[in-house]
Design a binder for this molecule. Structure first.
Ligand code: ZN
Ligand code: ZN
Length: 357
């Protein structure tokens, strides 16, 4: 008993001393902040791909519905030292900054289509790549219409760029390189070549997201490895043809069953406008089970679900979302999350999955 009292007394004394140290000791807050700042800042930029390696990092796996755990549409594809961003949805650039991605090294942006959840942070990406040291205009590839989108963002952010060049100096932030340059990808068939850069071949794929026309997915081929990103699409077998033999298929997924439940709860709550949207969206997205069918048709080794809709607050919701997938595709799939990084080493069959911290 006496021994227990002594231990408890000692613990209380230590707690009181700690409380005194934190609240009364001068400059402890600044000392602690210095420690935290070193932890936040002093991190090397992650190496997303080794020479000869292809990788895809999911920087946004959500949809337009607010999800505290997912940014909207974004994927970062690295091929050796080449770096391309596919879409820049809400909060995606924040993810890239938090992960210390070397934004000045981004070679270009590929837009799948111009729904807001895929372009909302294009202005932020323009700014942050410039602030990080980009020295050439940022190329933005996309379907016809991309010139309007890029011109609009350039105009909307022009005052911001003026202020920053004035404030930090022309040498540090040269005004003439801040803007983005649109590159329209014409589509006359099922696919269209986009670029061939350092051995990385990018192909645009027509997908089915009516009334958004045309809407694209993208296929990346590098050193014998390949990744296809679906963009937003309903179930569309020509996508499987274009993605044939991909190591990884990153495919959008929406549970219409869960969207239907959300819609009826919204109706009961009198939120008729939101309910109308839930009613309208099933016809231009793909269910997880149908995405699995597309992955099977394509012969993809790994299927990664992205553009997760509706938001999944816990593992039970995830289980409901994924119900039936295993019946169609017993393995070779995973639920993508912000920070999921898939590596495809060159001259190998390996598919390595990790997570950004
Ligand atoms: Zn869309
Ligand atoms: Zn979308």
């Amino acid at each position: 008993m006496r021994r227990t009292l002594l231990i408890a007394g000692g613990a209380i004394a230590i707690l009181l001393a700690g409380a005194w140290f934190v609240t009364l000791s001068p400059n402890v807050d600044v000392w602690l902040y210095r420690k935290m700042a070193a932890h936040m800042i002093d991190r090397p930029a992650p190496q997303l791909a080794q020479p000869g390696e292809l990788s895809v990092l999911l920087c946004g796996t959500g949809s337009p519905l607010p999800d505290p755990n997912r940014a909207s549409g974004c994927a970062l594809v690295a091929a050796g030292d080449r770096l391309y961003v596919v879409d820049a949805g809400l909060s995606s650039v924040r993810n890239l900054l938090l992960w210390h991605i070397p934004l000045e090294k981004i070679d270009g942006v590929l837009l799948t289509h111009f729904h807001s959840d895929h372009i909302a942070e294009l202005g932020e990406l323009r700014l942050q790549t410039w602030g990080a040291g980009r020295r050439t205009p940022l190329k933005v590839y996309g379907p016809p219409g991309v010139a309007d989108v890029v011109a609009g963002f350039n105009q909307a952010y022009s005052h911001d760029a003026d202020y920053r060049t004035l404030h930090h100096g022309e040498k540090f932030l040269p005004r003439e390189v801040v803007d983005m340059v649109a590159v329209t990808i014409p589509m006359n068939g099922a696919t269209a070549p986009v670029l061939d850069d350092g051995g990385l071949k990018v192909t645009a794929i027509k997908v089915h997201h009516d009334p958004v026309k045309p809407a694209y997915g993208y296929r990346f081929d590098f050193d014998g490895r390949s990744v296809t990103i679906s963009g937003d699409t309903a179930y569309y077998e020509p996508l499987a043809v274009a993605a044939r033999g991909s190591d990884v298929l990153v495919h959008e997924a929406q549970s219409n069953e869960l969207v239907g439940i959300l819609g009826s709860v919204m109706t009961e709550a009198g939120r008729t406008r939101a309910a109308k949207i839930m009613h309208d969206i099933p016809d231009y997205h793909t269910t997880p089970v149908d995405a699995a069918r597309i992955a099977n048709l394509a012969g993809a080794k790994l299927l990664v679900f992205t553009h997760i809709n509706p938001p999944l607050p816990n593992f039970l919701a995830e289980r409901a979302f994924l119900r039936g997938v295993s019946d169609v595709r017993p393995d070779g799939w995973l639920l993508g999350r912000d920070g999921t990084l898939i590596r495809l080493p060159g001259h190998s069959e390996a598919i390595e999955e990790t997570t950004m911290e």
